[in-house]
Design a protein. Sequence first.
Length: 425
Amino acid sequence: MKRHRWKRWLLWLALAVALAWLIGWLWSWWAQRGPVQTVRASAEQIERGRYLAAAADCAACHTAEGGAPFAGGVPLASPFGVIHGTNITPDPDTGIGRYTADDFHHALTRGEARDGHQLYPAMPYVSYRRIVRADSDAIYAYLMTRAPVKQANRRNGVGFPFNIRSGIHAWNWLFAGARPTPASQGQSAQWKRGEYLVETLGHCGECHSPRGLLGEIERDRPLQGNAELGRFAAPDLTPQGLAERGWDRAALRAYLATGSAAPAVASDEMLKVVDLSTSRLRGADLDAIATYLTGDRAAPAVALPAPAVPAPPAPAHERYLALCAGCHGRDGEGVPHVAPALRGNSGLRDPQPHNLIVALLDGLPEHDLPGLERMQDMPGFGDELDDAQLAELAQWLRSRYGGRSEAVAAQQVRALRESRPPPHR
């Protein structure tokens, strides 16, 4: 008798699972075939949406190189696999053409698509959670009045068990509701505007804050840097971290507007951010971002120690003269429109040599900066120098031009050499 009772329970369980699956499938089917939306918006709202879409850096993840604007296909590396930015043009079948403004706001702030499936947190809905509804509606109006592009979304490369999207419900329950801790101190209207631009619209913490084992942002360490998301590490953006690397408000503002400032020239993913987002912002908003990052009471940039009396040429110095001086100058003074100055360079002043080692190993592409400024490409020396030689050169550069006395170990170079992505074919 008991055996039959268990069979009945299993049968009811199987029926319940099948019913749940059927309901989910029907909901998804209906959502994919809902009415195509038509948006009527004023020119003012559309223009505001254009500006806010730039502030939210939408193009960086949703416009592939050489592709149509906002048609998706951008590969986004993550510790769990490659995730591709989706099509957010108003195409009804492959884009967001059937989304209402409510659907769009829900996806933006809760990470759930119109058909009910969970979005991967690579879409920064955790940061967008606090977006003002009028801003969401303006971005929606702008996107829905762009040209629709019928382009299917690319398949993601996320492996088991992270490809089970229902598990994201648990992730959201654990982490999505956490409120960010401000990275600086302030109460002024400019500081508050900067907080909204940095923490919500600009979602800077998605790259510049450390992450935990499950990919969650560590909210108690805001903007303290992250070396896990890409080839280059996202540096510390706290007031102290910026000041120690030579940044002040004026330099930050110039960097965000043009990609070039005395401490650094924008590179890698940050060059894309400057090109597609911050260089398109109004001066008042750039001032607000710089105020938030430094705090209402900004500390002055830490001065670089005076250079020591040059020692007799060492092997690393001789390598610098042979490999680097032609572009960066005999004593690191830089060459306009060719290569930036090295003395006081933010990357050389960084407590971690990670980005310097990557640049020496891999080289850097040509930098086409906003406006008319350009920097030439830099060759990589990974095939020319061994680990010990590269470590020695990196240590000499940091000591000579960055005021850093810490040793750079050959093992650090080896680890980054072995993690180099394969060359494109």
